[in-house]
Design a protein around this ligand. Structure first.
Ligand SMILES: C[S@@+](CC[C@H](N)C(=O)[O-])C[C@H]1O[C@@H](n2cnc3c(N)ncnc32)[C@H](O)[C@@H]1O
Length: 188
């Protein structure tokens, strides 16, 4: 039987097609560092990742994970909201990725929110090189996630099609509001 997979898997497939040895990328929601590690492996020793989170626990867990895999030196871990990414990332990048929501296993109170997410995705578009990729995994199974999805959908649809290609992918018939992927390519 064909398995359609899920939003994070679709995002990772896009990262793989965009990133190579020496690429630069931003992980806008570091969390426990699983995505940061995936990105760090994709960009190799000569690449660079800037990873953001607002929680100390995220930086601690991610540091341990990256140290264990011997890739810490290619990653800059930044304890700041992604809405300020332009102040920390000095280069244009090949990809910016968001995996919204809260840190698994922690307080749900610290979740991404619509206002800062929207500021951050706009800054991400500015940071992208021509041909660069933005992916956002959105979780509409909770109230703030539903707001984020509605807002990002409207925002994506309004982007100038001469400058960006925008897609949205998700299950149409599952009642539990599964995650959805919004992906954007900045045209050359
Ligand atoms: C679903 S988790 C990310 C999972 C992570 N990518 C991983 O691989 O483990 C979402 C993360 O976003 C973080 N977050 C919430 N608001 C944020 C903000 N304004 N800027 C950066 N990170 C934020 C949360 O603290 C949480 O760790």
């Amino acid at each position: 039987m064909v398995d359609f997979g899920n939003a994070l898997l679709w995002a990772k497939e896009l990262w793989k097609s965009c990133l190579k040895e020496g690429s630069f990328a931003v992980d806008a929601t570091m969390g426990n560092g699983y995505d940061t590690l995936t990105l760090a492996r994709m960009v190799g020793e000569s690449g660079r990742i800037w990873a953001f989170d607002v929680q100390d626990g995220a930086l601690e867990n991610t540091t341990k994970r990256l140290e264990k895999e011997n890739v810490l030196e290619r990653v800059r871990l930044i304890r700041a909201s992604h809405e300020f990414m332009d102040e920390y990332v000095p280069e244009k990048v090949d990809a910016v990725v968001f995996n919204l929501g809260w840190l698994p296993g922690q307080e749900h109170a610290v979740t991404t929110n619509t206002k800062s997410t929207l500021t951050a995705v706009n800054k991400a578009l500015e940071l992208l090189k021509p041909g660069g990729l933005l992916t956002v995994c959105v979780y509409p199974g909770h109230e703030e996630g539903r707001r984020e999805l509605a807002c990002l959908t409207e925002w994506g649809r309004a982007l100038d099609d001469r400058r960006y290609d925008v897609i949205s992918r998700g299950y149409e018939n599952i009642r539990l509001n599964p995650p959805r992927l919004i992906a954007i390519v900045k045209k050359q």
